[in-house]
Design a protein around this ligand. Structure first.
Ligand SMILES: [Zn+2]
Ligand SMILES: [Zn+2]
Length: 426
């Protein structure tokens, strides 16, 4: 079980990383600080930069990447940070105990959200002076806590002398918007793992409770759609114009009429629609940002077909050119090993943990790419919710966790390692 020193360290990590949140693929300082800390712990096998990525989607603009890198000033470290500063963020740490045994992987997200953190003085980060130093970004989803647990667990694994097999810690960028996992999986992030695990803090599970085997992952795809028409004088020659604004408006209504599905929950949302340049010009351009979600991969596949047909039809009807770009995506996950989650749940209960089975996420989480990939190759995978009493909901400027959940998550993962050894011996 956790020592006082470990418990304090978890809070310290969490509060440290809380101060400099960075959005997806801009987690440059975050990545560098993680590497520094892991090197200080004595880890040698740390991979980062281009080699841990394949095709990154949903990237910030080149300008954003450049200006964020510049904002960090001179970086004084003894390792090469060039690719990190190009937006190849995240890292993977491998550690071999030197004794034969399973290869166990853990994934932790590292990105923040473009939200301003509250200035309310009762908000713990304000009280204890670890508020975000960047008014445009905040760790409002608890990924600071995930990193803290990841670092704590890495340190535990490194120092606990009776462990066997090998461990991999995946610190993944750009989970928000589900951009990051697929790029890492395609570059081999989970190759060779016998097990892979992940957890999220505080989603509808109260403090002190572990949610075992998360259910209700939603499959999703995110698209940017651009329509191009032809500008013309709105009074003199409107018929010469090709109205991208009208096309986009019509497309929005068509898309929002798609989510009816007999196989389960289906969602479509047009979250952004920008069109036109001036009131007396037939609008030449329109830009839409759209997401589809479904309870199963099949539902998302059907919604996607509907979306492509709707764009095609709208373009034809309004005489527009169209471009669809996929900027994010995730799939669902159900473990195919029916005994694994209940077995570990019982083990946790017998060890004095309060648990709940199959908490529902009702959101998308791109860790599903990793969980599925490992199980497809014969390994086992599970996802957990680490219960926490929240000050406000996720993705809100007042979001805050109860910090005892750091310990809870850490303890759960150490128990999970014990449990794997137990079932591997059988
Ligand atoms: Zn989030
Ligand atoms: Zn999150």
């Amino acid at each position: 079980m956790i020592t006082i020193k470990q418990s304090e360290k978890l809070k310290e990590y969490r509060r440290y990383f809380h101060r400099f949140p960075e959005p997806g693929y801009l987690e440059m300082k975050t990545t560098i600080e993680l590497i520094k800390e892991l090197k200080a712990m004595g880890f040698e096998n740390i991979s980062y930069g281009k080699k841990i990525h394949s095709k990154r989607i949903g990237l910030p603009s080149e300008d954003e990447i450049k200006s964020h890198a510049e904002s960090l000033g001179k970086i004084d470290v003894d390792f090469d940070v060039e690719e990190i500063l190009q937006g190849y963020t995240g890292l993977i740490v491998d550690y071999d105990t030197g004794r034969s045994g399973p290869k166990i992987g853990f994934r932790f997200e590292i990105d923040g959200l473009k939200i301003e953190e509250t200035k309310d003085e009762n908000h713990l980060p304000n009280k204890l002076k670890f508020r975000s130093e960047n008014n445009k970004c905040m760790h409002a989803c608890g990924h600071d806590a995930h990193m803290a647990i990841g670092l704590g667990l890495a340190d535990y694994v490194k120092n606990k002398k009776d462990l066997k097999g090998s461990f991999r810690f995946i610190f993944q960028p750009a989970e928000e918007g589900v951009h990051g996992a697929k790029s890492m999986v395609d570059a081999g992030a989970v190759d060779g793992l016998d097990y892979v695990f992940g957890a999220h803090i505080g989603i509808r599970v109260p403090g002190g409770v572990i949610g075992v085997d998360t259910d209700g992952f939603l499959a999703t795809e995110k698209f940017d759609i651009d329509l191009k028409g032809r500008a013309s004088h709105a009074g003199i020659l409107p018929e010469r114009g090709r109205n991208a604004l009208l096309g986009a408006a019509s497309l929005t209504l068509t898309l929002h009429s798609l989510p009816q599905h007999s196989k389960g929950l289906a969602r479509v949302n047009v979250g952004v629609l920008r069109a036109g340049s001036s009131r007396n010009i037939i609008a030449e351009d329109a830009h839409l940002e759209v997401e589809i979600r479904g309870e199963s991969d099949l539902i998302v596949k059907d919604l996607k077909e509907g979306l492509f047909a709707a764009v095609e039809g709208t373009a034809l009807a309004y005489g527009l050119e169209k471009k669809i770009e996929t900027v994010g995506g995730s799939i669902v996950f159900r473990s195919k090993y029916k005994d694994f989650a209940p077995g570990f749940n019982k083990y946790l209960e017998d060890s004095g943990f309060k648990t709940v089975m199959n908490p529902r996420l009702n959101a998308s989480e791109d860790i599903c790419y990793m969980l599925n990939e490992v199980e497809a190759k014969g390994g086992k995978a599970l996802h957990f919710i680490i219960g926490s009493d929240l000050a406000a909901s996720h993705h809100n400027g007042r979001f805050d966790i109860s910090e005892d959940s750091l310990e809870l998550g850490f303890n759960m993962f150490t128990k999970l390692i014990d449990y794997i050894y137990l079932i591997e011996e059988k």
